[in-house]
Ligand binder design. Sequence first.
Ligand code: C2E
Ligand code: MG
Ligand code: MG
Ligand code: MG
Length: 298
Amino acid sequence: RAKEAGRNRCHFFRQDINDQAVRRLEMEAALREALVLQESGGGAPFELHYQPQVSLDPRRLYRVEALVRWTHPRWGAVSPAEFVPLAEECGLIDRLDSWVLETAVAQLARWREAGVPVPGVAVNVSAARFARGDLPDHVRAVLATNGIPANDLTLEITERLMMSEEIDVHDGLDALHALGVTLSIDDFGTGYSSLGYLKRFPVTELKIDRSFVKELDIDAANRPLVRAIIQIGEALGLTVVAEGVERETQHRMLEAEGCAVGQGYRFARPMAAGALADWLQGEGRHWTGHQPGACISI
Ligand code: C2E
Ligand code: MG
Ligand code: MG
Ligand code: MG
């Protein structure tokens, strides 16, 4: 009996692995197809949503982060947590990131044309996009095409990429820094513990990973960690952004610890471009002008 049960279980596992492999292959093919469609202008399976980052004191819109969304004709919305890693593995992420960069900067220009005072936009840059080497040129061209100052663009780069031994991060980061874009370290605290790169590289911002913020107001052990990260930022003159702020209690604690900027459902969820413009005019928010440099109190 036990043997039989074992065999059955084994069978189940194999079936499961097989299903996963099939789904993966299907998804890879669909992703490839979606990207071709998007690049050729024949359709728009990808869309960007924008999530506000809010300076905490005084409370103002700091910038928005562009987050990619994919809608499949049969599967519906697929989570980036699923398709971004897959796009990385099958060598498609650099093309997707290029599209995201172009689209986000063009959107910023469109908001400004329409008088919507969005101070800046951040995009996520994968290691593969970075490694291609043409990122600084591409960034320069995209900014020029849209008439956006480099200052108003932020590139979010993971800590893991900073530590890469295969990719020459140094020259790339220097070239991007020379352009004047802001370099931000995404998911800070989840990569490697060596902090030497913080002074070697021209980064100006740290994003505290959501995993540290998640239980900030529940598990007492998180507070000293978050405090330490904020102090590292302070000591090195880096702006600290906390991601995944969901509750008022987390918000208050971050504020008390001197965190400069927050991002999370507490303030706003990621939204389509049109919805963001509406949100910015919603209750309790007011614009102090329509020119560049104008700000939105929220
Ligand atoms: P990330 O860059 O760390 O982005 C933050 C993620 O946290 C987003 O998930 C956002 O929707 C989510 N989030 C924000 N506030 C809250 C909150 O209060 N609570 C919770 N539970 N979640 C919150 P999303 O959009 O699913 O993206 C997941 C990840 O996928 C991103 O993490 C980023 O690593 C990657 N990604 C998204 N867009 C792109 C892209 O255009 N290019 C690349 N290379 N990666 C991307
Ligand atoms: Mg990010
Ligand atoms: Mg992040
Ligand atoms: Mg994160």
